[in-house]
Design a protein around this ligand. Structure first.
Ligand SMILES: [Zn+2]
Ligand SMILES: [Zn+2]
Length: 179
């Protein structure tokens, strides 16, 4: 499996313990080496002043240019993300590509403001979900699978922080068939 880099691209100080937790979970789920990528650049050009949100598609393209340039890169931000047709998104990824992004902005809903508990559990699930897309996994119909679609925080809370058995098989097939 390709190496995965996790890059904190938020505006608040990085929560290193949270990032290391997500790194360990990604490494276990995708059986891939995971490293933190630390660079001071931020995708501020992706800010849309009219919507007061960041365009996630622009962040994906920027991650490819500004990031490590190898393996997969997951940007994690505290800025609110959108795609043009939706009010907000928890994250976005290039299907079978190299870049993924997740935001904690909407995951803090009714979570402990100090992070930890539900916020970290939600971040872990959305990180698994978007990196799953980057490895080529599509949305899954198995109700509690981490690759099932989430429109709201309650959908995130209902998921398990794991790929279902079918998604694990698909992931292996994609890895064998891929580059
Ligand atoms: Zn998805
Ligand atoms: Zn699944």
């Amino acid at each position: 499996m390709s190496r995965i880099f996790i890059w904190w691209i938020g505006e608040a100080a990085a929560d290193r313990a949270a990032l290391e937790h997500v790194a360990a979970r990604l490494a276990a789920a995708f059986r891939a080496p995971v490293a933190l990528w630390e660079a001071p650049e931020r995708p501020r050009h992706a800010y849309d002043p009219r919507r007061r949100q960041h365009a996630s598609g622009m962040i994906l393209r920027w991650l490819l240019e500004a990031g490590p340039g190898a393996g997969k890169v997951l940007g994690i931000t505290d800025r609110d993300l959108f795609i043009p047709i939706l009010t907000y998104v928890f994250g976005e990824a290039q299907l079978g590509g190299s870049a993924a992004v997740v935001s904690t902005a909407r995951l803090v809903e009714r979570a402990d403001a100090r992070g930890g508990g539900p916020l970290l559990a939600r971040l872990e699930k959305e990180a698994l979900h978007e990196v799953g897309h980057a490895f080529g996994l599509v949305h899954c119909g198995t109700p509690r699978c981490v690759m099932s679609r989430s429109a709201a925080v309650k959908d995130v809370d209902a998921k398990e922080p794991a790929l279902c058995p079918e998604c694990r098989v698909r992931l292996q097939e994609l890895d064998v068939g891929g580059p």
